[in-house]
Design a protein around this ligand. Structure first.
Ligand SMILES: Nc1ncnc2c1ncn2[C@@H]1O[C@H](COP(=O)(O)OP(=O)(O)OP(=O)(O)O)[C@@H](O)[C@H]1O
Ligand SMILES: [Mg+2]
Length: 275
């Protein structure tokens, strides 16, 4: 079953026993063995230390129109070509719009759906959340048929509509992240960053803390021109690049370029040159 309700089993005892050296070695080996999934964007993969860790959930936070959906589609289309089916849950864009925009990038979403390599779900946060709590929901059944290994939620900002209570919202996000993980899916949670430019990114709400990785996409003004910048701010269980790189969107999707060099204050939105 795709999603099961959360249980607290396994979290109810605190182990105080010191790990033996063989246990430590086995942990080292298993973490070494943890597979990585390519995002389909080689520059981003290298920033992530080789790709997303299998079974992780990454938050992709970005300004309006910066390229979040494009990045998400690229991740799913790449997975489909590697035999890793994907699920795109969208709360705002009609599948027809997505299909048309993806077409412009040369990605045939309808064909991938027909081949069982992709599933587009246009739903509401309420219905999606209910389906997480109901193992027998049509959504779970449908998802079970293609056994997705990759998931993209576009966008998780819509869950804020469900409640104004911060604790409750944290529970909602927790259920989503855990639901996706339980099924071994490696997910991108697309999120809307309120600011286009301006002062530094602020962690708003619980999601940046719950996610395993945090990727920031934003606009920056450099030498009187608007550029796009990408950074990996966090990645659990892995090293990652600390640099801020430029990226562009072209006919093949997102392409990550070189780090901004000779500039300081890129993430502030108003960089200045350094000698
Ligand atoms: N074929 C294309 N060639 C070049 N750039 C494109 C192409 N298609 C889209 N873009 C660029 O991608 C941007 C939109 O990307 P996308 O929809 O992925 O952004 P988003 O962050 O998901 O936006 P939103 O916040 O509205 O959901 C456009 O603003 C445009 O600049
Ligand atoms: Mg979008």
């Amino acid at each position: 079953m795709l999603f099961r309700s959360t249980t607290s089993r396994g979290n109810d005892c605190i182990k105080t026993k010191r790990a033996t050296s063989s246990e430590v070695n086995s942990l080292k080996t298993s973490s070494k063995k943890r597979e990585r999934l390519t995002t389909g964007i080689s520059g981003l993969d290298s920033m992530l230390g080789g790709g997303l860790l299998q079974g992780s959930a990454a938050l992709v936070s970005g300004a309006p129109g910066v390229g979040k959906t494009t990045l998400g589609l690229q991740y799913l289309v790449t997975g489909a070509s590697l035999g890793q089916p994907g699920l795109l849950v969208t709360f705002e864009e009609f599948p027809a719009t997505l299909i048309r925009d993806a077409d412009a990038m040369g990605w045939d979403l309808r064909a991938l759906e027909a081949e069982g390599k992709l599933r587009l779900l246009f739903t509401s946060p309420e219905v999606f959340l209910k389906s997480l709590e109901s193992p027998d929901s049509p959504l779970s059944e449908t998802m079970h048929t293609i056994a997705p290994q990759r998931a993209v939620l576009d966008s998780v900002a819509h869950f804020q509509r469900l409640t104004s209570d911060r604790v409750e919202l944290r529970h909602v996000y927790n259920s989503i992240v855990n639901g996706l993980k339980r099924e071994g899916m490696t997910s991108l949670l697309l999120d809307e960053a309120a600011r286009l430019l301006g002062p530094q990114y602020r962690y708003a709400g619980a999601l940046p803390f719950l996610a395993d990785a945090l990727i920031l996409m934003r606009y920056v003004e450099v030498d009187s021109a608007m550029r796009r910048a990408i950074a990996v701010l966090k990645m659990r269980g892995s090293t990652h690049a600390r640099e801020i790189r430029s990226f562009s969107i072209g006919k093949n999707g997102v392409e990550v370029g070189e780090p901004f060099s000779g500039q300081e204050g890129i993430l502030s939105g108003s960089p200045h040159r350094v000698a």
